[in-house]
Design a protein around this ligand. Structure first.
Ligand code: ADP
Ligand code: MG
Length: 260
């Protein structure tokens, strides 16, 4: 696997990504390059293609055309004997190691404790033995401030705590790129901040990330760039200051007039 620490190599290089579901064109040529340590916030109206884009980077969707490279490795496809197009095993293996994703709905395993939720990725992706995995998982739970809940089951945790476990699980495998898809949208308002704080700490620690969010204050504080995706295209990409104070596209102006 080509893994380099070359700072000049983009962590993510998505070029002209297109994807349809049947007749519905969902991504109509999205490009995004992220260098190490960069943080991009994606905003945009519901149904615009934000989740599909993130899911494509994380191998949960196959794109139709365009390329996605993570740490220089292109996400490859192969055609099966029956003529079906599939992601190559290699592409999936690269994504699993290089990218971590956090969803709106926390997606924890409900039959496992917080600790085992985090440890399971280490066991399954890296083949770490159970005992070491649990030790490492405990460190991750400490990082997100929730080590005291290690033996709790998801149902015993608040939404904010569950989401912090989900973040710990995602970062446990030391991904090069973190994808957050509206990580605070399903939370009660009083829990939003604790999750944003964890994400902000990751950002400060140098994590490269894409964050789909409607938290304007957070985007201003934590993003190097803000991007508006609407109708499957990038309508705007700018510094937070320019994006919020002097947006160029009508689409962005329209969108901001509804959320600000
Ligand atoms: P966003 O995250 O910006 O709200 P999505 O990427 O979830 O947008 O969805 C974009 C469009 O693609 C929507 O119209 C949605 O209904 C459609 N879509 C998403 N996933 C599927 C799927 N698996 N099958 C068919 N249509 C889908
Ligand atoms: Mg979405």
């Amino acid at each position: 696997m080509t893994e380099t620490n070359d700072a000049s190599q983009p962590v993510l290089e998505a070029t002209d990504v297109r994807k349809s579901f049947g007749k519905l064109d969902v991504l109509k040529g999205i490009s995004l390059t992220l260098m190490k340590g960069e943080s991009v916030c994606i905003m945009g109206p519901s149904g615009g293609g934000k989740s599909t884009f993130l899911r494509s980077i994380n191998c949960l969707e196959m794109i139709d055309t365009g390329t996605i490279r993570v740490c220089g490795e292109e996400m490859g496809y192969r055609t099966t004997a029956t003529g079906r197009r599939q992601l190559s095993e290699r592409a999936i293996a690269v994504q699993r190691r290089q990218t971590g994703m956090v969803f709106q709905q926390f997606n924890l395993f409900f039959t496992m404790t917080a600790l085992d939720n985090v440890a399971s990725g280490l066991v399954h992706v890296y083949g770490v033995n159970r005992e070491d995995a649990r030790e490492q998982a405990y460190e991750q739970l400490k990082l997100v401030g929730i080590a005291d809940k290690a033996e709790s089951y998801p149902i015993q945790l608040s939404g904010g705590q569950q989401q912090r476990v989900a973040i710990a699980r995602a970062i446990a495998v030391k991904p090069k790129l973190m994808l957050f898809d509206e990580p605070t949208s399903a939370l009660d308002p009083e829990m939003v901040q604790e999750v944003l704080d964890v994400i902000f700490n990751l950002r400060k620690a140098g994590m490269t990330m894409i964050l789909v969010t409607h938290e304007v204050g957070f985007a201003k504080k934590a993003a190097d760039r803000v991007m508006l995706i609407a109708d499957g295209v990038v309508a705007e990409q700018a510094s937070p200051q320019r994006f919020f104070e002097n947006p160029q596209s009508e689409r962005t102006q329209q969108f901001l007039s509804r959320v600000l």
